[in-house]
Ligand binder design. Structure first.
Ligand code: RP5
Length: 162
């Protein structure tokens, strides 16, 4: 069976960020497929992936890219699947360029845009899991347990305080 979540990224250099999406999905028991698909360097690969993603059985696409980050928007233009965009932190502009490139979509082609960097990658995975959990009660149970463990891990007082 095809993985319900496809994680795509513009470059190998994005993996350091996007692996947090993959790790989070793994922790929740959500199968995912991970590919490098560049809007600029491999446009034919992008077209083939996005046009075929729904028929291939994917239900959600998480797309991470940095700089002039056209990957999430172009993917959303080519598929009806929900696309969550992760702005990868860039060296020159700390990811603000990535964020603006991804978040400022024209009306009609939505990209659900997350925070810059690791937090965005983790939250894209959690959002994907939340959507899938609407029709998967076992996943809903695992997601609730994940959230409870997170809550339980937060101390009432800061370590080192008097
Ligand atoms: C984007 O350009 C990628 O998403 C990456 O974040 C950025 C830099 O890519 P590399 O030059 O590191 O391959 O397309």
């Amino acid at each position: 069976m095809t993985a319900p979540v496809a994680i795509i990224m513009g470059s190998q250099s994005d993996w350091e960020t996007m692996r947090h999406a993959a790790d989070t999905l793994t922790a929740l028991g959500v199968a995912h497929d991970t590919q490098i698909v560049s809007a600029h360097r491999t446009p034919d690969r992008l077209y083939a992936f996005a046009k075929g993603a729904k028929a291939a059985g994917h239900r959600i696409v998480i797309a991470g890219a940095g700089g002039a980050a056209h990957l999430p928007g172009m993917t959303a233009a080519l598929t009806e699947l929900p696309v969550f965009g992760v702005p990868v932190e860039s060296k020159t502009m700390s990811g603000l360029d990535s964020l603006y490139s991804i978040v400022q979509m024209p009306a009609g082609i939505p990209v659900g845009t997350l925070a810059i960097g690791k937090a965005g990658a983790v939250n894209a995975a959690l959002l994907a899991a939340s959507v899938l959990a609407l029709t998967d009660s076992d996943l809903a149970t695992r997601l609730a347990a994940w959230r409870k463990a997170q809550t339980d891990s937060v101390a009432a007082r800061p370590e080192g305080a008097a």
